[in-house]
Structures are given as C-alpha cells and as structure tokens.
Design a protein around this ligand. Structure first.
Ligand code: A3P
Length: 290
C-alpha cells in the first residue's frame, strides 16, 4: 500500500506505510559524522534546517537552493506517498556529511545514532505556540486529519494522541538524553530573540568557524520574511494535494505568542494547570512570548 497510516509504536502514534517500514527505520545505519536535527513537529525544524544548511555551505545561498527542504534534509522516518523512494534513500546516496531530520521522541531513535555518537541538535518550542501551529498544519496537510476546531485539537494535543505523541514527553525525553549524549538543546524563542547568539552556539557545537559577513548572511537568509518568499524553503515545491498553502501557509506567522489569538481565558487557565502537573519536577523552562 502507498497510503500512510497512523501506527502506534510503543504508545506513540507515527505516520508509517507499514510495520515493516518501522523495522527498517530501527535498523537505520548511522555514520559517526551524521548530523541529526530532532524536533517535535512545528518547533522550528525547517528554520533550523536552513540555518544548518547555510552553515554547512559557508553561507552560499545558491547551494542552499539546490532542492526543497526535504531533499536537502531528508526525513528519517517518513516516506511521502507521492514519491517512489524515500527522500532519505535518495539524499543519502549523495550528501556528505549527511544531514537528517527526525521528529521521533528520544526513546524511539534508531540505536545506531546513539552507538555512533552522532551530533544532534534539538529545537524545542513552547507548547502553546506549538499547539496552535500544529493545529493549522493539520488543516493544510492531507497527511493528517482535519480537526473541526481548536477545542477538539487542544484535547488531542494535551492527551498526546497526535502524531509523534505527547509534546511533554518529547521535550522532557530529549532534555534528559542531553546529559549522556552529544546534544545541543535549543529553544525557538531564543533563536527568534537573538539569532546571532544562538547561531554562534551552533558553530561552537559543530566546531565550525565563519566570518562575520557569512554570519550576517545566514541570519538574513534564514529570517522569517526571506524564508517565506523562498520556494526552496517554504514547502511550496510539494504538490498542493499534500500541502495546501491557500488554507494556511506553511510559513504562517513565525512569532512567539500567537497562541494569545487562539486560547480563551478559560482554556489558558486549564492549560497552565495541566502544564504544571505534566512538567512537575522538570528543570525545563519555556517562554511563551518574547
Ligand atoms: P507558525 O505556524 O507558528 O508560523 P516546523 O518547521 O517544525 O514544521 O515549524 C514550522 C513553524 O516554524 C511555523 O510556525 C513556521 O512559520 C515557523 N518558522 C519557519 N521558519 C521560520 C523562521 N525563519 N523564523 C521564525 N519562524 C519560522
């Protein structure tokens, strides 16, 4: 079958063609120089991908327009139904060092990634904005079900029934993993506030050096407005049957605090209570605005 199904792996709903496909993912052979970008969906994956691709290519914009986001940064666990081969298979034949994107929670990552001690960059985004962004993404993509309204999606998100499971488990799992692995844990809101400082952290982590001029180029090329206009970054290269940007553009707002336009006062109070419970004992701190 070439249709994606939601299959539960270890209690986490994933978009997969088949169970066999999952076994294949588990057996993924990582290389020590693979660079892994891990995120919960809608946390700034595409943004970070663009930053990392610009770093890898020393700020050469032309090279960073060699393909759409998925071709340049293949998805570890997803095969799009409209494609014959996985983007991953195609990209892995050509790129080096390999840049790989995953939304898997830390406990489901293929073992070879840990064994080879690959460098991993994790980007986390505050749950309220993540929820709103994921809601709009559900509306515009045929890969996911179409929620009736935000209330309905709110319930799904908070109970971890959405694809990739609970946001809470995801951010906490990766936060714990960073103590024993090479993981740079970054926050969407920090990158928005001070992209230069955050890109410098990445450069240090990757043991890379770029000139001030290149650094400024990276910041400019990866700004929301420029990426929104860039067809090689904004996902408009995918068929509209998969993503319909007229319903809601992939590059939607790109701002911390947009949840305020969607949450009612009551919802927000309920959220904060639930959040305290679910994050109890965690040292993770999120800002929900800047
Ligand atoms: P919004 O829906 O809140 O606008 P992902 O790539 O993980 O799917 O995340 C998508 C979210 O990141 C969207 O959030 C998108 O607009 C935002 N985004 C993409 N590029 C960005 C950029 N350069 N700056 C800020 N936000 C960006």
């Amino acid at each position: 079958s070439t249709k994606l199904n939601i299959l539960e792996i270890d209690g986490v709903p994933l978009l997969l063609l088949s169970k066999e496909m999952w076994d294949e993912i588990c057996n993924f052979p990582a290389r020590p120089d693979d660079l892994i970008l891990a995120t919960y969906p809608k946390s700034g994956t595409t943004w970070m991908q663009e930053i990392l691709d610009m770093i890898q290519n020393d700020g050469d914009v032309k090279k960073c327009k060699r393909g759409g986001p998925l071709e340049r940064y293949p998805f570890l666990e997803l095969k799009f139904p409209h494609k014959e081969k996985k983007d991953l298979e195609i990209a892995l034949e050509t790129s080096s060092p390999r840049l790989i994107k995953t939304h898997l929670p830390s406990h489901l990552v293929p073992p070879s990634i840990w064994k080879e001690n690959c460098k991993i960059i994790y980007v986390a985004r505050n749950a309220k904005d993540c929820l709103v962004s994921y809601y709009h993404f559900h509306r515009m993509t045929s890969l996911l079900y179409d929620p009736q309204n935000l209330e309905e999606f709110y319930e799904e998100f908070m109970s971890g029934k959405v694809v990739y499971g609970s946001w809470f488990d995801h951010v906490k799992g990766w936060w714990a993993a960073k103590d024993t692995h090479q993981i740079l844990y970054l926050f969407y809101e920090d990158i928005k506030k001070d992209p230069k400082r955050e890109i410098e952290k990445i450069l240090k982590f990757l043991e890379k050096d770029v000139s001030e001029e290149v650094l400024n180029k990276i910041i400019y090329h990866t700004s929301f407005d420029v990426m929104k206009q860039n067809p090689m970054a904004n996902y408009t290269t995918l068929p509209t049957s998969i993503m319909d940007h007229s319903i809601s553009p992939f590059m939607r707002k790109g701002m911390p605090g947009d949840w305020k336009n969607y949450f009612t006062v009551a919802q927000n109070e309920e959220f904060d209570k639930d959040y305290q419970k679910k994050m109890a004992g965690s040292t993770l701190n999120f800002r929900t605005e800047i």
